[in-house]
Design a protein around this ligand. Structure first.
Ligand code: R1X
Length: 243
């Protein structure tokens, strides 16, 4: 089967995939694989395949925002992917997870427009528990601060006339915010796949904690390195369980 947006063929796509927003990050991740091969680079969607500890997997970029990322998730699942792990960045709501920490997302608050258009209100966006466990264990093996909990998926990066109610989400127990996980978890549920996500914190989203936003620091780069390693180890653990 040909997937026209990603411009890939299902025959080339394995059951495991790591997805990330940034096409350049997909290339960085692919360099950790044995026999890595780029299959396509169409719009923001860049697809590699290769092996990690004997497990064949795809690494694919999905761009920024739920609507565009949803196309990537849908086509990957149509191509035969059954396990999707998002490796991304997030703003934190908590001083327990400052810039440079990792967050494993157990569920996402659906404030995005995409999932509102495909499932009813109240339908949950939840990670697969075995993926959460594998990501959490792998992240802890690597050291550094690791938080685990509910994240919020928003469509808004720069606020307009309306406020994004970060304080309310924080009060309700969410620990971070990003822009694609709700789409990932809902689409995985709809299409019978499993999904999880690990995020490198690049600053505080909470206005009371936030300094100037600078995601290009050493501490964030190191966290991105750790989350990539954690996601790859999680894929190896899951493949081992599946064998
Ligand atoms: O998910 C968010 C989005 O893809 C996190 O980083 C991007 C915006 O900077």
């Amino acid at each position: 089967m040909y997937l026209p947006i990603l411009q890939i063929h299902s025959e080339d796509i394995p059951e495991y995939a790591i997805v990330c927003g940034d096409p350049r990050r997909a290339e960085v991740i692919s360099r950790k694989l044995e026999g890595a091969r780029e299959l396509a680079f169409a719009r923001e969607y860049r697809t590699f395949v290769g092996d990690y500890q004997g497990v064949h997997l795809a690494v694919v970029s999905h761009g920024v925002g739920s609507a565009g990322a949803a196309i990537c998730f849908e086509e990957l699942i149509r191509a035969g992917v059954k396990t999707l792990i998002r490796v991304g960045t997030a703003g934190s709501y908590s001083e327990q997870t400052p810039a440079g920490s990792l967050i494993v997302s157990t569920a996402a608050v659906r404030t995005d427009g995409l999932t509102r258009s495909i499932v009813p209100d109240g339908f949950p966006a939840v990670a697969d528990s075995r993926i959460v466990e594998a990501l959490d264990a792998s992240a802890r093996e690597l050291g550094g601060v690791v938080g685990k909990g509910i994240t919020v998926t928003v469509d808004v990066f720069f606020e307009g006339a309306l406020d994004v109610p970060h304080k309310t989400y924080k009060k309700a127990g969410a620990i971070g915010v990003e822009m694609e996980i709700a789409a990932l978890y809902v689409i995985a549920s709809l299409r019978g796949a499993r999904a999880g996500a690990i995020l490198a914190v690049d600053g505080y989203a909470d206005a009371d904690l936030a300094a100037e936003y600078d995601p290009h620091t050493d501490v964030v780069a190191q966290a991105v390195e750790r989350e990539i390693e954690a996601a790859l180890r999680a894929v190896a653990k899951l493949a081992d369980q599946d064998a």
